[in-house]
Design a protein around this ligand. Sequence first.
Ligand code: SF4
Ligand code: SF4
Length: 458
Amino acid sequence: MKLSRFTYIVDDYPEPTKSLVFNGRTEALIVLNHDVRELLRKLPTPTESLTEIEQQALHQLAQQGIVSPREIDENKIMEDWFHQFRYSTKQMEVMILTTYNCNFACPYCFEEGVKDKKYLHEPKADQIIEWMQQKALKNNPKEIHIIFYGGEPLLNIPIIEYIGSRMKSWSGEHGIKFFFSLVTNGSALTAKVADRLVPCGLKVAKITIDGPKEIHDKFRPFLNGKGSFDIIMENIKAVADKLQVTIGANFNSHSYPYLFQLLDYLEREGLREKIALIDFKPITDRPNQVIADVTACPTHETDPEYADQVLNIKREFMKRGFKTSEPMGTNFCEFKAGEMKSIVDTNGIIYKCPSMVGLPQFGCGTVEQELTQNVMFQNLMKMKIVDFEKQCKTCEFIPICAGGCNWMSYLRKKDYTKVYCEKKLYKKTIQDMVKLKYEQEMLRKKRKNQKTELITIS
Ligand code: SF4
Ligand code: SF4
């Protein structure tokens, strides 16, 4: 047996003489007693040289992926794992841009200068619906999830209502679960709008907030310069019982010191329990030609410069009882995924990454064509997720990194097929991330009144 390369160990945690282990591929999180930790130090070792008790302990750990037989090629397992992600047909997820237009004038927004008034209209929406239905008939997913974004998607409410209601009834007739989400600035998400959209399938609204009122109003004003914080908060209070509201906030070094004041505000206003999820992301450098809302990219975007802040923020969320996303998951994004995850803009052009939307050179054809027939898409499917041959061959972070962000790779190396390596960041944060994961798991169990213990192998 050998220790899996993707097992990370935190010694003397959660208490002295114990160790916490986490496997990035299986996501198993286990507390080990001192003796088992010592046993792991002996690996790799032939099983015959171990006592029966030691063999039993290793057998349990092998079931969780913490250790594996010595002959197993873990890169091959990862290759198969990525392949399964890429070609899974369980869920179909389509992001649809309802408009490139926006009613905000955020100073960091790179839509400035290229923002246009393009809206999605019914004839194109009909083609998009037909395209989605054909894809669903071909692949038989269990669930269809549409994410409307923009620009500001709620500047085009009728088209959301139109697509949502048509897809909801079609999915129902075909025994497929359906719901849709919004990535919105929240300024138009009134109770009335929620009452219109919930019956069409609206379940989740991800609203972007940039901090307490003074900070948010500076970073996210309306086009006329007026602050938007009060209106958004009124809307959140009015809709939080009708749908799941999640907050996705941006921060930079200037706004970071004020972020906790936003949490104070949410607590004071009784919103802590009503917010389904809250996450803050650093605003990283983006080129000035990006024209869609990149907060729609659901993967972790972390700059080493902000690593400590991201950890502090997550810890503070948890301390105060806010629900936040898992500190570590895989970075396997829609760009690497197959035809079941795609993005369609107002012209019916298909993209694979929210950051590339509006840049036709990155388009994978249009909804008039079957995506798998498109040459750019076919090339993307041939793209290696990580560099198993050289750079990533012995890397312990393959499951969580998944080759990093291809868009950043394009920005830095002018080649999106190359990996974007963040090994430095992972090395710096892995121990804290595993601890956070444990703390989050404990909180979750406590909330559900479950035993606040993980598997302990002794
Ligand atoms: S390539 Fe980067 S920006 Fe695009 S979807 Fe993937 S992680 Fe997000
Ligand atoms: S890109 Fe870097 S961090 Fe990611 S798997 Fe390859 S070597 Fe590891």
